[in-house]
Design a protein around this ligand. Structure first.
Ligand code: SF4
Length: 331
């Protein structure tokens, strides 16, 4: 299967990816290879790697010193794609996507076309310069927010995301609640994301959600809609940590042993196309980080987007895919 190897991928990472990929073998054994796209419901867009935070679990290794940002012409190609395809969900991510100068332009244009818009927000961004109007903007546009909150206690969150981040996230959630987010049966949705702190699989989503709900409501008066529990992907800063602590092989073995074929039907790469900050197309943002673009023969840049071709594509698979299929699944 042909590959475009992006600038972001280092030689050693790529050697690991190509030499140790037994995910395809696992799918073959389960009669599920090749894994093909079902239909494309979602266009996921990475606006760039600049962020106000530098979280330890961030698989794109975003941070304040990153300079990669999507060019205006690619933002316009995204709007053109939404106007000319059946895709009706835009999923905006980064970095902190709110730091991109065309962020509000993109969200507003997508809403005008009739798309549902989801934004991956770190919440702490609300307190950065010129961002105080974000909650009102989100409310006006009816944006669905997905926010990382690795745990409901300050020590766990600040250890992963930096000092003071938990407090800012809680304040941001309180502001969003005041704007109507997180109410049962309400239209404005705020979902939280839990990642385990180390090389562990996440606990049951249902039981942890009940705990989050109780702790956040009793201690801070905070309400949210759903909790997603995700395994840490063996990529980016987390992979560096695993390699440094000699834990990479053990973690991969844990993910392999927890392979659950029933997760394959709901896996995100079957329903979305991910657009990198430079306009390159990927099956998901984990493949984006790994530098593996969509399969050869498909259009590989947002300016060439072809819905029919991309919705028939075979997914490019690698070792890190075990992170999506372990236990209850993580996409
Ligand atoms: S990392 Fe997950 S979402 Fe991405 S291609 Fe692999 S299985 Fe699909």
């Amino acid at each position: 299967m042909g590959r475009v190897v992006c600038h972001a991928v280092r030689d050693r990472d790529m050697e690991d990816l190509l030499e140790n990929n037994d995910f395809t073998g696992t799918l073959e054994k389960n009669g599920r290879f090749p894994l093909c796209a079902a239909e494309i419901d979602i266009l996921q867009v990475n606006l760039g790697y600049r962020c106000n935070l530098a979280c330890k679990h961030c698989h794109v290794q975003a941070g304040p010193l990153r300079t990669e940002m999507m060019a205006r012409e690619n933002v316009e190609s995204i709007i053109h794609t939404l106007e000319n395809s059946p895709i009706r969900i835009l999923d905006v991510t980064g970095g902190a996507p709110e730091l991109h100068s065309n962020f509000r332009f993109l969200v507003t244009a997508a809403r005008a076309i009739g798309c549902h818009v989801m934004v991956r927000s770190n919440l702490a961004i609300f307190f950065e310069e010129d961002q105080a109007s974000l909650p009102s903007f989100y409310k006006e546009c009816g944006v669905e927010i997905v926010a990382s909150l690795p745990y409901f206690r300050i020590a766990n969150v600040d250890a992963v995301r930096g000092n003071g981040v938990f407090e800012r996230c809680i304040k941001a959630l309180q502001i969003l609640n005041e704007h109507g987010y997180g109410q049962e049966n309400g239209g404005l949705k705020i979902h939280l994301v839990h990642n385990p702190r180390g090389a562990f699989l996440p606990p049951s989503q249902e039981s942890l959600e009940a705990q989050y709900r109780k702790e956040l409501l009793e201690n801070f008066g905070v309400r949210f809609n759903q909790l997603y529990t995700l395994a840490n992907m063996p990529l980016g800063r987390f992979k560096d940590f695993l390699v440094r602590s000699n834990g990479y092989d053990a973690y991969m073995e844990k993910l392999r042993k927890a392979f659950n074929p029933s997760t394959l039907d709901g896996i995100m790469c079957r329903r979305l196309v991910s657009v990198g900050w430079d306009g390159i197309l990927f099956d998901c943002d984990f493949n984006l980080v790994a530098g593996l673009s969509v399969e050869e023969g498909c259009p590989r840049h947002i300016r060439d987007f072809d819905y029919e071709a991309l919705s028939r594509r075979k997914i490019v698979l690698s070792e890190h895919c075990f992170g999506c299929t372990a236990g209850q699944g993580s996409t």
